[in-house]
Ligand binder design. Structure first.
Ligand code: BEZ
Length: 256
């Protein structure tokens, strides 16, 4: 469960001594996410980068309590957040993701949402989403009323955690691979709805790149030519893929 961090605890956080990099890294590995927050200074809030492990947490969701890493298992996942239930842009987004369930399943991608409200509110909101988008939302939504998961995923700042009643969780998307590494992060302003096709396109690109050892150009879609990465010689690329179209020594296309 994402435990509640009280305001006094937050005040205490700012009074804790700063730890050295070695101490804090050791402490972070030893501590649960909630305890880790007691140890945190502003500089220590996780800064999620492409290639880092997606932090683990326990939370209540609309489909029961989860341990995030256990829930991920060995699948790809998209984890996306919403500032609040019953907000217009978020409502359209969740409906769209729910309708794309088959497409994500085909790619072995689990979906999980997060919104900064409690479970009873999520339940009523899902009824609205289903009605408005003519769908049945099947994936879990994390109840993150205390913003503890949002904090862990850098969707709110330490400063915002001191005023959680008014702080907005940033509209974020994380694509996580089967080894639990963050492969993409996207952050959107509250006023801009995401593009669900783009999320799917990135998953196609990542999965293709991992399988075939290629990269993909601007606006790439499945079936388009791909790029031979600089680490592969043209000779090796020809052996592996057949024809290679060399536009410049550093820009070579092929088909897969
Ligand atoms: C929305 O999803 O529409 C929204 C979210 C946060 C603030 C305002 C609007």
């Amino acid at each position: 469960m994402a435990s509640h961090l009280t305001r006094s605890a937050l005040r205490a956080t700012s009074q804790l001594p700063r730890l050295s990099a070695t101490q804090s890294s050791f402490a972070s590995r030893q501590a649960s996410p909630v305890f880790r927050r007691y140890l945190a200074t502003p500089a220590e809030q996780p800064r999620l980068r492409i290639g880092t492990e997606a932090p683990n947490f326990k939370a209540k969701t609309t489909q029961g309590d989860i341990d995030f890493h256990q829930w991920l298992g060995g699948s790809w996942a998209i984890f996306f957040s919403h500032p609040a239930d019953f907000t217009p842009v978020c409502t359209t987004e969740l409906g769209a993701f729910a309708k794309m369930r088959d497409q994500f399943e085909k790619r072995d991608v689990k979906m999980i949402g997060l919104s900064a409200n409690d479970l009873s509110s999520h339940g009523k909101w899902i009824e609205d989403i289903n009605e408005l988008s003519d769908t049945t939302l099947q994936f879990p939504i994390i109840a993150d009323a205390d913003r503890s998961v949002a904090y862990l995923y850098d969707m709110v700042s330490e400063e915002d955690m001191k005023k959680i009643d008014t702080a907005f969780t940033i509209r974020s998307v994380f694509i996580i691979d089967p080894s639990k590494k963050v492969r993409l992060t996207m952050m959107y302003p509250a006023s801009v709805g995401r593009n669900s096709s783009e999320v799917l396109r990135v998953i196609d690109s990542l999965q293709t790149g991992d399988k075939k050892g290629v990269t993909t150009p601007i606006d790439w879609q499945v079936g388009d030519d791909v790029i031979v990465p600089p680490s592969v010689s043209t000779e090796d690329a020809k052996k592996k893929f057949g024809q290679v179209r060399e536009m410049k020594p550093y820009l070579r296309y092929t088909q897969i």
